[in-house]
Design a binder for this molecule. Structure first.
Ligand SMILES: Nc1ncnc2c1ncn2[C@@H]1O[C@H](COP(=O)(O)OP(=O)(O)O)[C@@H](O)[C@H]1O
Ligand SMILES: CC(=O)OP(=O)(O)O
Ligand SMILES: [Mg+2]
Length: 400
């Protein structure tokens, strides 16, 4: 069964065509800088005649044009992988916010779409482009079943003590204001692998997803019991462009004393803060280079980034009342030894001890990087949100 996975962001669409159940990637790629002067369309396909890698700079004004360009590539006479769009049987969509309504993957119906629309105010950067992706895919892949896989679903097992906030009850009861958590598809994927790898029936692990967006989850016996993101995906860790946890007084100060509008505060904290605000760069590769060149500002930014992660490790270890493993994943977590080194430094009280050489060594698959004396396993587990979306979509359609 051909499952087309779509991860629609505010200015990009990542996609993969996966054949299930054997989980074979037929093609993958990304449409980037949608709506800007020049957009980029990447396409990697595995054809019987060999591999195709294409990258084009073309104007792509909106998401509809982006997905249409991808569909044309998929069905291209020379480099395409299918004869026509009807050969896509299922489209699996990443939808960031599912609120309290969706604790599992859903076949998309008009009612599901209405609920995703209702949740726009809770995830204004993510849910609208996700929704647009659904509408465009329904048009292009009109015979396919459409499935929504929610970032929030995995975190729905959190107990009230973790997800409630100390504000008047009616704001939760009537308005749904609570912590939801995000990146659930990734936390689920890597934590299941970690639990299987550790081979313990009862396990206590912390998953650390460090991509552009960053979040952590405390996972007991395979279930999420707490996470660092909250009502929206701004809370918690320092990210590429997001500040993460911040004293609320800063917002009042910006508005009342410095004349910011609420929209300007939103843009500041979501798009101009985090590592970008601290160093002028949001990509850890650029900041790592500055550190190696001896830039003290970049060094401090790295230390802040790692310090925040350390704080959450401490609090999650307390909540779990023990720890069997910590898992680093996503772009930074999988590829950046300096982040992992700074995070794990001076955590021996918690039984966390890194092996310097293993940490620096490149590799693939699941890797252990703790020292022989470490009580806690330190694992690098590559995430694969697209594969997890394909699996869950396959599960839902299989049951249908
Ligand atoms: N070799 C590397 N060293 C350090 N950081 C890296 C490396 N490769 C990727 N990254 C980081 O990973 C980030 C992107 O992670 P990714 O999981 O792809 O994010 P997202 O899916 O949220 O866009 C980049 O911003 C970059 O900082
Ligand atoms: C929810 C979230 O932060 O997603 P991303 O990392 O894709 O921005
Ligand atoms: Mg990602």
């Amino acid at each position: 069964m051909n499952i087309f996975v779509i991860n629609s962001g505010s200015s990009s669409i990542k996609y993969q065509l996966i054949s299930m159940p054997e989980a074979r990637v037929i093609c993958s790629g990304m449409v980037d800088r949608i709506g800007q002067e020049s957009s980029r369309l990447d396409y990697h396909a595995f054809l019987p005649s060999g591999e195709v890698n294409q990258s084009r700079e073309i104007p792509i004004p909106d998401h509809a044009a982006g997905l249409k360009a991808v569909a044309e590539l998929l069905t291209d006479a020379q480099i395409g992988v299918i004869a026509d769009p009807d050969q896509v049987e299922v489209v699996g969509h990443r939808v960031v916010h599912g609120g309290e309504k969706f604790a599992s993957t859903q076949l998309i119906t008009p009612a599901v779409k209405a609920k995703i629309r209702e949740l726009f105010p809770l995830a204004p950067l993510h849910n609208p482009p996700n929704y647009l992706g659904i509408e465009v895919a329904e048009e292009i892949f009109s015979k396919a079943k459409q499935v929504a896989v929610f970032d929030t679903a995995f975190h729905q097992t959190m107990p009230p003590v973790a997800f409630r906030m100390a504000i008047p009850n009616e704001l939760y009861e009537k308005e749904g204001i609570r912590s939801y958590g995000f990146h659930g598809t990734s936390h689920k994927y890597v934590s299941e692998q970690a639990v299987a790898y550790l081979g313990k029936e009862n396990s206590k692990i912390i998953t650390i997803h460090l991509g552009n967006g960053c979040s952590m989850a405390a996972i007991q016996d395979g279930k999420c019991v707490d996470t660092s993101m909250g009502l929206g995906p701004m809370n918690g860790l320092i990210m590429g462009t997001r500040a993460g946890d911040i004293d609320q007084s800063v917002i009042f100060h910006l508005v009342k004393e410095l004349g910011y509008s609420l929209e300007e505060v939103n843009i500041l904290l979501n798009k101009k803060s985090g590592m970008l605000g601290l160093t002028g760069y949001s990509d850890m590769r650029d900041i790592g280079k500055l550190v190696r060149e001896g830039d003290p500002n970049a060094k401090l930014a790295y230390e802040l980034y790692a310090y925040r992660i350390k704080k959450y490790i401490g609090s999650f270890a307390a909540i779990l009342n023990g720890l069997d493993g910590i898992v680093f994943t996503a772009g930074v977590g999988e590829n950046d030894p300096l982040t992992r080194k700074l995070v794990c430094e001076n955590l021996d009280y918690l039984g966390i001890q890194l092996d310097k050489k293993a940490n620096e060594t490149r590799g693939s698959g699941i890797r252990e990087i703790q020292s022989a004396h470490s009580k806690v396993k330190i694992l690098i587990i590559p995430t694969n949100e697209e594969l997890e979306i394909a699996r869950q979509s396959f599960g839902v359609v299989g049951k249908d």
